[in-house]
Design a binder for this molecule. Sequence first.
Ligand SMILES: [Zn+2]
Length: 72
Amino acid sequence: MKKSYKIDVDCASCADKMEQAAKATAGVRDAVVNFMTLKMSVEFDDGADHKAVMQDVLKACKRVESDCEIYL
Ligand SMILES: [Zn+2]
């Protein structure tokens, strides 16, 4: 399953950090952050609870870039 989320982040380098953090989160198969459109698209593992996974993604992203936001 794939979902797209609106995000807020100040620069392309932080967007890249968010992408890496999302990719490293359990339940995430792949993640792509587009700084131009401020969107994060996430592909989840089969059977993953996307809502729970996104809470973890948000926490992981806040850890690398405290100013970022993901609108869940
Ligand atoms: Zn930045």
